[in-house]
Design a binder for this molecule. Structure first.
Ligand code: AHM
Ligand code: MG
Length: 339
């Protein structure tokens, strides 16, 4: 006989969290649930993509003569559709949209939240069946409720985030989020299509033995980063070095591993990306919020806390150092010595 199983679902957990706040209206709870639903639809499509590739599907039409969806566009449209028809969100900024999107309906305009997201991050990994993710964060709007969302709603500092999280489409699919009360993780049971609580309170170790950086860019790294990498590679049994290098090329997946096991993720300024590659609003800020809520540190490598960096445009880039506090502090020290 199959083993009996009972764990809290994502829906049950967010409602229980909401009940801790007697004046909460339930909007944030509904919004998190809507993100969960959209992610399950994207997850289904992500799984299908591998199958389509295996069958050798090429070109732009599938067997029914329909357009083969590019998954990042598909994910973008799916999140837009679900959030746009919810009543909690008045606007959305994503990696795929040049400008922020203001939802038109009267009900949407009553929504008090805006969302910034990268619908499918690390999407170059799709074709080779490697982990990818969705990253999101939620802010309270600044513009007046009942009107269209405005650009200023999306240019708030990371410290103003109400919630942030990601979905990791990996060997299992996980939704991990924070509302500022620690980091909680849920794992999707694909057989019944439900996220179940699997990681009640995630604590990032103070020190890890993994560093994640695209070393192919080594020659173009700042001197401080080169020295920190050298430190990671040196032999010293007492500090468990050399460390292990692990780089998937999907921020969500690299961060997730480092958060659970301890480690550091670095995407510094390079020749190709003098301001860093990752985007502040929908990649770095949400991951920085999760980093801090799990006990880590996230900076630009120059002593500036990511969450406090002024946001001047939706697609602004920033160097990103995030992970176990002892590791980020040391990397920062090397950056400072060399600046
Ligand atoms: P994307 O938003 O275009 O997918 O780029 C973001 C991704 C991160 O997930 C990942 O950590 C990084 O870019 C990888 O970049 P690179 O291939 O330069 O190492
Ligand atoms: Mg991205």
């Amino acid at each position: 006989m199959a083993k009996k199983f009972r764990a809290l679902t994502l829906g049950e957990f967010v409602v229980a969290q909401q009940n801790a706040f007697p004046y909460a209206t339930g909007d944030l709870t509904r919004l998190l649930n809507h993100i969960g639903i959209a992610s399950k639809i994207v997850n289904r499509e992500v799984n299908m993509a591998g199958l389509v590739d295996i069958l050798g599907e090429t070109g732009k039409e599938n067997i029914q003569g329909e357009q083969v969806k590019k998954l990042d566009d598909y994910a973008n449209e799916q999140f837009k559709l679900i959030l746009g028809s919810s009543t909690e969100v008045c606007g959305l900024a994503t990696e795929e949209e040049k400008e922020s999107v203001s939802f038109e309906s009267d009900l949407s305009r009553e929504g008090k939240y805006i969302v910034c997201m990268d619908p499918l991050d690390g999407s170059s990994n799709i074709d080779v069946n490697v982990s990818i993710g969705t990253v999101f964060c939620i802010y309270r709007r600044i513009s007046e409720v009942g009107t269209a969302s405005e650009e200023k709603d999306f240019l708030q500092r990371g410290t103003e985030q109400v919630a942030a999280g990601y979905v990791l489409y990996g060997s299992s699919t996980m939704l991990v989020y924070t509302t500022g009360m620690g980091v909680t993780g849920f794992t999707l049971d694909p057989s019944i299509g439900e996220y179940f609580l699997s990681h009640r309170k995630i604590n990032m170790p103070d020190l890890g033995t993994t560093y994640s950086i695209n070393e192919g860019n080594y020659i173009n790294f700042p001197a401080g980063v080169k020295q920190y990498i050298k430190y990671c590679q040196e032999n010293d049994l007492s500090t468990h070095r050399p460390y292990t290098s692990r780089y998937i090329g999907s921020l969500v997946a690299d961060f997730h591993r480092n958060m659970l096991k301890g480690g550091i993720y670095i995407y510094p300024q390079t020749k190709a990306h003098p301001e860093g590659k990752l985007r502040l609003t929908y990649e770095c800020n949400p991951i920085a919020f999760l980093t801090e809520q799990s006990g880590g540190i996230a900076t630009d490598g120059m002593g500036n806390r990511i969450l406090e960096i002024p946001v001047t445009s939706i697609h602004q880039r920033v160097p990103f150092f995030a992970g176990s506090p002892e590791m980020v502090k040391l990397a920062e020290k090397y950056m400072k010595i060399n600046s």
